[in-house]
Design a protein around this ligand. Structure first.
Ligand code: SF4
Length: 380
């Protein structure tokens, strides 16, 4: 594996408000700032290129924030510029995140015609009361409208995101969301557990004891999702991700498998060679620094090969395919780690959390509920 990035991620840091559970970096959309942001993203890429050979991107992921909040003209400019960075045959996979409240037929056509071949729609739930509780700014009908518009624009690879747990997500409401999502026949479904992230409106509400998020209920909803989606023919290829055969998200798979990626935009993370950096989550500072010809403010680290090996193991275990200990050790780490890892994984095997086939280990279904515990035990 070379150290050159094969994936490109672009963070669009704009939304039309803040969802109550969201800890991602985003600010309210401002057209003038968005235009400066795009110019800054292009400069950040130029600066990268002035120090590195041209990467061959096989996958692209434009996320946020809300990429589809950009006005059509700016979205087109972004998409055409990204297209110019790709090999002539395009990327193997080019995903864009879309929000039902801001996407429309025209924007979807622009994306499809530019070469985007996968749309990931933030549905989260299919009942208006719960969408309101989550602080979403769209209703359930807008999700179906977005999926229909994506199909009409020519997308044959559509993903939906759902959030499990929290207020308004009892068994009946959750079953309704799962059924509605399934009825739209997406190729991909991400099912995330609602987590209470520091600094969010949800966290403040939990602290004031106005809201309660029961971990047991979240786990029950996740189990229900697995049963319903697997019965419908989806494969759970990663702890939180299900896909029709052959439709797993290649960009995310590559990241979990330890491949390198370049991230552009405020709050975007990059992993190139053994270097890793994360841009500061401040779009104004990001824009001003790049307009002055400076790199964005960043947290940087140079990964020790041993750290890379542990990450390869821990991220690989998130996948249904599991991880090959030989491949993880090729990243670095000392030879005695094989024995230590094998002993720990063996202990989990006896508890029914892991299974082995040759040098490859994977989590069992039960093990997926305890992935964090397993990961902590495997850290040196
Ligand atoms: S739309 Fe997405 S990024 Fe924006 S606030 Fe909601 S969850 Fe966060």
């Amino acid at each position: 594996m070379t150290g050159a990035p094969t994936g490109l991620y672009i963070h669009v840091p704009f939304c039309d408000g803040k969802c109550r559970y969201c800890a991602f970096y985003s600010v309210r959309y401002e057209p003038v700032l968005a235009r400066r942001w795009l110019a800054a993203v292009q400069r950040e890429h130029e600066l990268f290129r002035s120090h590195h050979p041209a990467p061959v991107f096989r996958t692209v992921y434009i996320g946020g924030g809300t990429p589809t909040i950009l006005e059509s003209g700016l979205l087109q400019e972004l998409a055409e510029w990204v297209r110019s960075l790709l090999p002539s045959a395009g990327a193997d996979e080019w995903s864009v995140e879309a929000n039902p409240g801001s996407v429309d037929a025209g924007k979807l056509r622009i994306l499809r015609q530019s070469g985007v071949n996968r749309i990931s729609i933030g549905a989260q739930a299919f009942d208006d009361a719960r969408l309101n509780i989550l602080g979403r700014r769209h209703d359930a009908a807008a999700i179906s409208t977005a999926v229909t518009a994506a199909r009409a624009a020519g997308f044959d690879n559509v993903g939906l995101d759902l959030i499990a747990g929290g207020p308004g997500c009892g068994p009946k409401a959750w079953r309704h969301s799962l059924n509605q999502a399934r009825a739209l026949e997406p190729e991909h479904l991400s099912v995330y557990a609602l987590t209470v992230e520091e600094g969010t409106a949800l966290a403040r509400s939990v602290q004031r004891r106005v809201t309660r998020v029961s971990e047991a209920a979240v786990t029950a909803r996740l189990h229900e999702a697995q049963a319903v989606l697997e019965a419908a023919g989806y494969e759970r290829y990663e702890i939180s991700n299900y896909a029709s055969p052959g439709r797993a998200c290649r960009h995310n798979l590559a990241c979990w498998r330890g491949e390198r990626y370049l991230g552009l935009g405020p709050a975007a993370a990059s992993h190139v060679g053994l270097a890793r950096w994360t841009n500061a989550p401040d779009v104004r500072d990001y824009v001003e620094r790049l307009e002055a010809g400076l790199e964005p403010e960043r947290d940087r680290e140079t990964l020790a090969p041993a750290t890379k090996a542990v990450e390869r193991l821990v991220f690989g275990l998130r996948l249904a395919e599991g991880v090959d200990l030989d491949a993880a050790l090729e990243e670095g780490g000392s030879p005695e780690w094989r024995g230590l890892w094998t002993a720990a994984l063996e202990r989990f095997r006896r508890r029914g959390l892991t299974q082995q086939s040759g040098s490859r280990w994977r989590l069992t279904r039960k093990g997926m509920d305890f992935a964090d515990t397993v990961a902590v035990e495997l850290m040196p």
